[in-house]
Design a protein around this ligand. Sequence first.
Ligand code: TXA
Ligand code: MG
Length: 431
Amino acid sequence: MAESPDKAKSSMAVIHLIEKRFLRQISNRPQIGRIGRIFADASRRAFRNQSFYESIYLCGDFCNSVAHSNRFCRMVAALCPRRDARKGITLAAMKTIMLQVNAAQPSAATIEQAAAMIRGGGLVAFPTETVYGLGADAMNEEAVQKIFTAKGRPADNPLIVHVSSRQMLERVADEISAQTKALIERFWAGPLTVVLRRKPEVAPTVSAGLQTIAVRMPKNKIALALIEKADTPIAAPSANFSGRPSPTTAAHVLADLDGRIDMILDGGATRIGIESTVIDMTASVPVILRPGWITREAIAEVIGEVRQAQSEDELKRSPGTRYRHYSPRARVVLLVGYAKESIEKICRESLEQSIIGFIGHTPITIDDSKIVVVPLSNSAEDYARHIYGAMRELDAQNPSVIVVEAISEEGEGAAVMERICRAASEIRITS
Ligand code: TXA
Ligand code: MG
């Protein structure tokens, strides 16, 4: 069942080529628009589905069929594993161990088992207060590379390093300013990630070629105990397959990464539910690269002036923001400012053969079993905690559309709405 490392590497290379070349460039070129569309579709599947190799074969087949007319396709065709070699290539079939951990009082023996796995270069998914992370020893290059393979993550998207103390921060970051110290004092342990100058000892792949490193101290007993026991900073992106919604339970992690990672620590549902705020402290005026539970206003209270990343150039500093994220497989339609009757009308109109999902705070009453409703209360807390799980739950029922009702963008609502907007293919605003 094992997959040869060379094949895995070449498959990843294909995925990265597709991501880089097609999604960002070729789809803009009208003369090869059709190829671009087919590729965009295939690569979306590769990123979202677990039938990872199926998508690669699809790309390979397609490239072979048009290789005569397009140089890039010839290149991809050469890189793709041949379909007839398929029997020899399956997903790396490691056994994923699931361990239950008491979130209030993690068992020392379980933490030790997970810490040994991290020290040995393995991959361990663990809960944080935001979402589940997929951890590896941040100082071990080979271990960090495994994260990218397991997640199908684009190679140019750097990882957040998790520490359990201020001393550990100094093992990975340099030039920690007074402003940064003040932020850390106020918000750590907690959902705030600071981008700082990196130390050379950190595995290079963690930063994906940047001179900076993103660091945070999570506020979760299991996470802190694991980092402390492993006695090494832990690089951990969200523990979802790349492009899928972030996992807020161990079951979500298992659904995406079973057989691809060594271990999952099941500490129950995460408390906040959306990812941390990321702030670049290397800029002259600190820049928020990703909004999160710690709001811009709360940060400004501590350090004064702070900006929200806006230009393309600024967003390039946080490569993750370039990718479409947090997406279920179904098309997501976001409704802003609609009343109950209008929501019901839109839901009814969206009904095709298959079912549709509705996530919202307005209690709609449509007597049709093809509409599956996940009710949430009208608060940033409830939306943050349940939005990803709701999308996953609905997605499992194969709806044609998931309709999501907006909440206010005040305070923490801004971060929640940012995630929903990224998942949405369509945003409808009442006039
Ligand atoms: O709450 C969280 O932050 C979770 C938990 C597990 O800690 N982690 C998480 O990681 O969301 P991930 O990899 O899914 O998102 C990390 C984000 C990406 O947008 C990435 O581009 C950005 O942080 N990032 C990482 N290192 C960076 C750096 N050196 N400079 C700028 N952005 C960086
Ligand atoms: Mg993520």
